[in-house]
Ligand binder design. Structure first.
Ligand code: SF4
Length: 380
């Protein structure tokens, strides 16, 4: 049974994002300069402006774009960079997403941690300095039930002031129950906002319901979840510009409607995994930087998160431009911190530096690694 659309679904239906993306792509240098001037003048940018900043003409002005984004990031977030670690509690999954190494039926070793095992993994992360942990699982309603997840959150609460989940989406009641257990944030990437492409790659399972996923943040925020993590998987849909515009529109909608809730976004590029899914479009390094810089100018308050999927040089560069949250020292397999190699991983990471080395890199670059939850307040 499909889920009734949420409020943002109705907003999305009114936006011609592919049209906006095509118009932006045709922008010339004068149009790019006009948008950058409007930003410098303190004007709020529109989605049409963002489309211009994503254009090939704007790629030619990448240095200028990055400089403006860096200034906007420093003005809003100062030199704080928040660090977190993913804790994979299960790779069991009943969904079949063609791009994912955990998809049902793939021949990977499956494992779901007991609550005690999850606590043991968490202790290792706490010993490495982390105070913000992201509990990650596939979608398996029996192995990773609401009862199980609430028990893990409750057990970890004394160790971690900030606990987020990246699991299946839940009902209002379950989000409320998880908040009562100690949950701070929920991450549910839409992956692509293109409905047709979404159906092609989400072949079976709970995640196939586009509207259920899209409306999950509205249920979570209404239930008291205080941080919402949006994302698109670059390389999944050909029209990556339309997906970036949709993510920006979604972030704006949520931060205005749920003003007490922080919105965070990530735009991972597809990495090798057991599914062997080839990206349908290559977002090159310059475009990847451009996307982050453009989003910073469009939505200065948006927390931009970057995972260890990206190589060290890209992470070290983007943190100086737009990124404000990073994972570090990540394992993408259940139990991978204490017993690496015993279960299948979701994808291969690129930045294998330990957390202390990431923190040292940040300090050397003049940034403050923040291990716990909150960004220090910056006067704007
Ligand atoms: S993306 Fe999530 S729901 Fe889909 S196969 Fe992977 S773990 Fe399962």
């Amino acid at each position: 049974m499909s889920t009734p659309p949420g409020q943002f679904s109705r907003v999305l239906a009114t936006l011609d994002l592919p049209g906006l993306a095509r118009a932006g792509e045709r922008a010339d240098d004068a149009a790019v300069r006009a948008v950058l001037d409007r930003h410098r003048g303190g004007g709020r940018l529109t989605l049409a402006d963002l489309a211009v900043l994503l254009s090939p003409a704007a790629t030619a002005r990448l240095e200028e774009l990055a400089t403006a984004a860096r200034a906007a990031t420093l003005a809003r977030f100062g030199r704080a960079v928040r660090l977190f670690a993913p804790l994979y509690v299960s790779n069991a999954c009943l969904s079949s997403c063609t791009y994912c190494g955990f998809a049902k039926g793939l021949p990977v070793v499956r494992r779901t941690l007991s609550v005690d095992e999850a606590e043991a993994e968490a202790r290792l992360l706490a010993d490495r300095g982390f105070r913000h942990v992201l509990l990650v699982s596939g979608e398996h309603r029996i192995e990773v039930s609401a009862d199980y997840l609430a028990a893990v959150v409750e057990r970890l609460r004394p160790m971690f002031p900030a606990i987020s989940i990246e699991t299946q989406t839940w009902s209002d009641d379950t989000y409320a129950r998880l908040v009562a257990a100690g949950l701070l944030g929920a991450v549910h990437y839409q992956e692509t906002y293109d409905r047709a492409r979404y159906r092609e790659v989400h072949v079976a399972g709970w995640k196939r319901d586009f509207d259920r996923r899209l409306s999950s943040f509205e249920r979570a925020a209404a239930a008291g979840v205080r941080r919402l993590g949006l994302g698109v998987l670059l390389g999944l849909a050909v029209d990556w510009r339309a997906d970036v515009l949709a993510l920006a529109a979604h972030a704006s909608f949520l931060s205005r409607r749920y003003w007490r809730t922080e919105v965070t976004a990530a735009l991972p590029r597809i990495r090798p995994n057991a599914a062997g899914f080839p990206p349908v479009v290559e977002v090159d390094d310059a475009e990847f930087v451009q996307i982050h810089a453009a989003l910073r100018l469009y939505e200065p308050d948006l927390d931009l998160s970057l995972s260890t999927r990206e190589p060290p040089a890209m992470r070290d560069g983007l943190v100086r431009i737009a990124v404000t949250t990073m994972s570090a020292g990540s394992s993408t397999e259940p139990g991978g911190y204490s017993r690496p190699g015993a279960a299948g991983e979701q994808f291969t990471i690129s930045d294998e530096r330990p957390p202390a080395e990431i923190a040292a890199m940040l300090v050397a670059a003049g940034y403050d690694p923040v291990w716990k939850d909150a960004f220090p307040l910056v006067a704007t």
